[in-house]
Design a protein around this ligand. Structure first.
Ligand code: NAD
Length: 396
């Protein structure tokens, strides 16, 4: 049931296959190195997209205990559960089958209560692992349209809008390939501030503070928040819009965390990782992005550079965070970063040759040629798969 690029239902068996496929890829790609790779990991936003891949890679690649936090809905009599609900169930089942230690928490990550529960879960996971109660890796991978401020109870809503001027952008209906011109009004000051409140760094800072108060941080702790930048032709809606403003705030928070904790030797470091544009439940609803991603996928697949969530995250762990030399906590600066201190997993997406071909495609695409010239089919397949549909091995 897909309406306006939002899928309203999901399939449990297909979601379980998603998880198993990512586990299989991870087991071939990563390997645990005692004393170097993480043993206890916290993933905030663990049930879908980049967060799910981050959890699977830590658990099945490094055999780390994982505490996962997400906000999902179980099935009711006349509705299926959300895909993340089934992903979590499948993850737990596979982790149990592989004798891994895991704690899966469902509830609002923005609340003080969930921070407390996560700390308790981390301590109990550490006890089962017979290791010190210190979290080695914290991944912040939330994508949410609302946040309730834990102190005031005020509910803030984020919007996806340009800033400064209204724009119109071409977007594509991923199910039938039809185009739509979407008019987007410039955001008001309130809308900008509310989006920063939801998707900016405030809650991320509160998490680190709560974990520090719980004495769960150590000089080995690495902290990562995910972001996106993208090429200039998406900036009017993304980087220079409300979401971009929130992501700037997230980056500012990462710098503040480094000042407050890394410089005092309390953690190994905090980074933003700029990830590649991919099909997840969140990205399909951002105007312009589905068309851009369909063109990007076509180009990257033809150049043999294509990656999905699990390929991105295993590369992040193997070639950046736990790259041989960077494993020594005394030298966290050896994590490869750009001139602004960011980890760049969008390096292949942003290559000049890739972007030149993408721009060519975006300029030439019409509703008539979209199936031949772009990878709309790949986008649609990934979108359906993210909800457990269209998976070959499932007998629906
Ligand atoms: P997603 O929608 O697939 O997953 C979001 C996760 O957040 C889910 O696990 C969900 O349960 C959880 N969540 C949402 N609200 C919550 C709440 N109140 N409490 C607890 N959990 C909650 O998202 P995604 O596309 O994987 O994005 C994750 C991060 O990666 C975001 O910061 C996003 O900006 C970034 N990113 C995404 C892309 C992309 O193309 N999708 C690219 C680069 C970076």
């Amino acid at each position: 049931m897909v309406r306006n690029n939002i899928c309203l239902n999901s399939h449990p068996a297909g979601c379980a296959e998603n998880v198993r496929g990512q586990i299989e890829y991870t087991e071939k790609t990563l390997k645990k190195v005692k004393g170097q790779t993480p043993e206890l990991t916290l993933i905030i936003g663990c049930s879908n997209g980049y967060g799910l891949a981050s959890r699977i890679a830590a658990a099945f690649g490094y055999r780390a205990a994982t505490v996962g936090v997400s906000y999902e809905k179980p099935p009711t009599e006349n509705r299926t559960g959300t895909p993340g609900y089934y992903h979590n169930l499948a993850f737990d089942q596979e982790a149990a089958g592989s004798s891994l230690i895991y704690k899966t928490l469902d509830g609002d990550a923005f609340s003080n209560e969930m921070k407390k529960l996560s700390a308790e879960a981390a301590r109990s996971a550490a006890a089962e692992m017979m290791i010190l109660p210190k979290i080695d890796l914290i991944i912040y991978s939330l994508a949410s349209p609302v946040r309730t401020d834990p102190e005031t109870g005020v509910v803030y809503k984020s919007v996806i809008k340009p800033i400064g001027k209204s724009i119109s952008g071409k977007t594509v209906n991923i199910m039938d390939g039809s185009f739509q011109i979407v008019e987007m009004e410039s955001a008001s000051e309130d809308e900008i501030n509310n989006t920063v409140k939801v998707m900016g760094g405030e809650d991320f800072a509160l998490w680190i503070e709560a974990l520090n108060n719980e004495k769960l941080l150590s000089p080995k702790t690495r902290v990562i928040a995910y972001t996106y930048i993208g090429p200039e032709h998406t900036w009017s809606i993304y980087k220079n819009g409300t979401i971009g403003r929130a992501k700037d705030d997230l980056e500012k928070t990462v710098r503040a965390i480094n000042q407050k904790y890394t410089e005092k030797g309390l953690i190994a470091g905090a980074w933003v990782s700029v990830n590649k544009a991919l099909v997840t439940r969140s990205s399909a609803v951002i105007p312009v992005i589905p068309l851009y991603v369909s063109c990007l996928f076509r180009v990257m697949k033809e150049m043999n550079l294509h990656e999905g969530c699990i390929e991105q995250i295993t590369r992040l762990y193997r070639d950046r965070l736990y790259k041989e030399k960077s494993c020594n906590s005394a030298e966290p600066e050896t994590v490869p970063v750009d001139e602004n201190g960011r980890i760049r997993m969008d390096d292949w997406e942003m290559r000049d040759d890739v972007q030149a071909l993408v721009v060519e495609k975006m300029n030439a695409v019409t509703p008539e040629n979209i199936l031949e010239t772009t990878d709309l089919t790949g986008f649609r397949n990934d979108f359906l798969a993210a909800h457990g549909f269209g998976i070959d091995s499932v007998n629906y």
